[in-house]
Design a protein around this ligand. Structure first.
Ligand SMILES: [Zn+2]
Length: 129
């Protein structure tokens, strides 16, 4: 049973990106709460598809957010100066596309949105066609 409305983020553990991403999600989706699934450089983990134990844990946590809290939207986050994924924005955009495809493959039937947090800690949506 859920109390209130939720969205979900698969975010980096980096403390600098928590508040900007949560604020963006609340604004965009009009939710009261944002469930955060955090890893260092989550888009690298999801794009690489090698650390299957961590990926399964991320999938399990997303399942709880979607199916227990009733979240309808999942954002996958990339950001400037990521210690867990120390590559530039162009490389991160390729990883982000693969990470979104991985999350969609879990089949939760929710909106899956890519986000980029820049050097000013501003959050921007990333569209993939
Ligand atoms: Zn990071």
């Amino acid at each position: 049973m859920s109390h209130g409305s939720f969205a979900t983020v698969i975010n980096c553990m980096d403390g600098r990106v928590q508040e900007p991403v949560i604020a963006w999600m609340k604004q965009r989706y009009g939710v009261q709460y944002v469930d955060s699934i955090t890893e260092p450089g989550p888009i690298l983990i999801l794009a690489d598809n090698r650390d299957l134990q961590t990926i399964e844990s991320m999938r399990h946590r997303t399942d709880i957010s979607v199916n227990k809290h009733g979240s309808h939207a999942v954002a996958v986050v990339s950001h400037y100066d990521c210690a867990g994924n120390p590559v530039g924005k162009d490389a991160q955009m390729v990883q982000l596309g693969a990470a979104i495809a991985r999350v969609k493959s879990w089949g939760f039937g929710v909106d899956v949105q890519g986000l980029w947090v820049d050097e000013n800690w501003q959050t921007y949506p990333v569209a993939f066609d």
